[in-house]
Design a protein around this ligand. Structure first.
Ligand code: FE2
Length: 219
């Protein structure tokens, strides 16, 4: 199964697809590359405090539109949960976890400012999720330049799985993230891959990379 584990194609609810037409354009490109299923993972963070109801509504709209447009691809609904005090405690309290493929949860950290986590300790949260029968997946660790290899291995040793961005391997976020991503892949630490699709620039860079012969990972 050619599954995209991570995307922001649901229109108008985070920093990804801007409207329905844009969402269709992004999805059409992804179907063209050969993806069979896309996991929709809009942000739930301080800037985008989406609820499952918000996500469900845009999800249904996009699914209906894809049917009308004749784009044959399966969508699944989830979220990218950031471990920040503005939203994470509410997610837990209100049981807003929508697992990916019945057991995985995409838990991201702040991209550049770890202090945004406040008192939240990621390792403790990962262990909490594991005790709930969920498998925490850390998206794009190649982009957290503040994170040491020791911290990353502490997470992995606890049972966290790693999701690497295709865009990182394609150079979308610069040389440093690319080198880090390639190292993670070489070391066999990557379980899942995702487009982290946001906009047409991603389509261009990731599309060129697939066109060079890089394959979509099988799930
Ligand atoms: Fe993302």
């Amino acid at each position: 199964m050619k599954l995209d584990f991570h995307s922001h194609i649901l229109p108008g609810i985070d920093d990804g697809a801007t409207d329905l037409a844009n969402a269709v354009e992004l999805t059409r490109a992804m179907a063209g590359w050969g993806f069979e299923r896309i996991t929709c993972t809009p942000h739930i963070n301080a800037a985008h405090s989406n609820t499952p109801d918000d996500i469900r509504q845009t999800f249904d709209n996009l699914q209906d539109k894809l049917y009308v447009e004749g784009i044959d691809i399966e969508l699944r609904m989830s979220a990218e949960y950031r471990l920040v005090p503005e939203t994470w405690p509410e997610v837990l309290q209100k049981n807003w976890i929508m697992p990916i493929e019945d057991k995985y949860i995409l838990t991201e950290l702040p991209i550049s400012k770890p202090e945004e986590m406040g008192d939240i300790k990621p390792l403790e949260e990962f262990k909490r999720l594991l005790s709930m029968g969920l498998t925490p997946v850390l998206p794009h660790p190649e982009r957290y330049f503040y994170m040491s290899d020791e911290d990353l291995h502490r997470f992995i040793d606890a049972g966290v799985l790693i999701q690497c961005n295709y865009g990182s391997l394609a150079g979308l976020y610069g040389k440093k993230a690319q080198n880090k991503a390639e190292k993670l892949v070489r070391e066999g630490l990557v379980t899942f891959y995702g487009t982290d699709m946001h906009n047409l620039h991603y389509v261009k860079v990731i599309g060129d990379w697939f066109a060079q012969g890089h394959p979509i990972a099988e799930f």
